[in-house]
Design a protein around this ligand. Sequence first.
Ligand code: ATP
Ligand code: MG
Length: 427
Amino acid sequence: MAKQIQAIRGMNDCLPEQTPAWQQAETVLRQLMASYGYSEVRMPVMENTGLFRRAIGEVTDVVEKEMYSFDDRNGDSMTLRPEGTAGCVRAGIQHGLLYNQERRMWYMGPMFRYERPQKGRYRQFHQFGVEVFGLQGPDIDAELIMLTARLWKQLGVSEHLVLQLNSLGQPEERAEYRQALVTYLEQYYEQLDADSQRRLHTNPLRVLDSKNPQVQALLQDAPILSDYFGEATQAHFANLTALLTAAGIAFEINPRLVRGLDYYNLTVFEWVTESLGAQGTVCGGGRYDGLVEQLGGQATPAVGFAMGMERLVLLLETLEKVNTQPALADVYIAMMGESTQVAGFALAEQLRDHIPSLSVMSHCGGGNFKKQLKRADKSGASMALILGEDEVARGEVTIKYLRGQGEQQTLTVNDIIEQLKGDLSGL
Ligand code: ATP
Ligand code: MG
């Protein structure tokens, strides 16, 4: 036998057993977006590498070590998108969607990062993301958080998610703080781990985010970012927390929450769960007022978030919130004898014409009565419609109920359609 070819490590198939959970989440998300008046946008999965370098920042984990980049046949550097914001902003500028306008958009699709695969962390993963342009907040920041809170409620997972909130201030405020933080940490340089030592001069705020307990201990007495905030930043954050409180949304202020991408200012937030182990951040986002201009557009305030779909689906599975899988079909058509095939397919199409919501599965592959009924049972259908040569000759069909709902009976095709229309509510 020829050697099997396996999928690329960290890139998963989503098998038929798993798609119902995904579809459940996707359906709820689509309805939710419509209910808030947001529009869907779709971007390519590949962009020029320069876009991500410029948008995400040279000294972020994503750009330093996680991007799938390669030269195409023309020698241009391409990158499989590691996130959606950069492409969304690029599209918005390119098509003139952002200038002097207000836009509320969402997207869903695959993202690619070269990371060590583990539970909740993959090399191809999927994000649902929202980006809003032209609004300064904090009202819209609050709306984004409210709509995520509604999502958790609709999916039945609210009790397992905690909202962490912080403000990163404005770039000038952060620059001043950055200086103070570097001066403080330099005293303990030798005690920092290699990652933090490296970040101390490239991206010192990321040290705050270190998972290393020794580094966290050193940070106990470090300067605090919010001490560097001016009035406007303080008011923005206070208004946001007031809106959330009024909406009944609980939050924890986490002064160490900095997020991994460079483009954020003011509001940042994450929804975190303890139910998934180490990869507990299901959703994260924030304000990025500088990004549109940085990518060549007119200065435009913006805020957004992205949610890891794999983590969301894992959470639904872990908490047993996935709806039971529906049957593959409502009705299974069994055909006894080759001469009944034409009539069988015609019946299936007729049923689909008259009752579009009915799921009809036609038996294929021949076989005797017993085999066909076994298949019918396996499909989960509540009834088999049986066409024998006698039935076909008389224009009739036999109904056999598979879940003990009634006696077998033989009816004309028209009567069957009428009966199924009536039955449908009870299926
Ligand atoms: P993490 O700290 O888990 O690495 P991040 O800060 O890199 O997350 P973002 O870039 O903000 O994540 O992406 C938003 C969300 O996308 C994350 O909160 C997570 O749910 C999901 N996500 C990010 N990277 C991966 C991945 N490699 N596999 C699966 N989901 C991911
Ligand atoms: Mg990451």
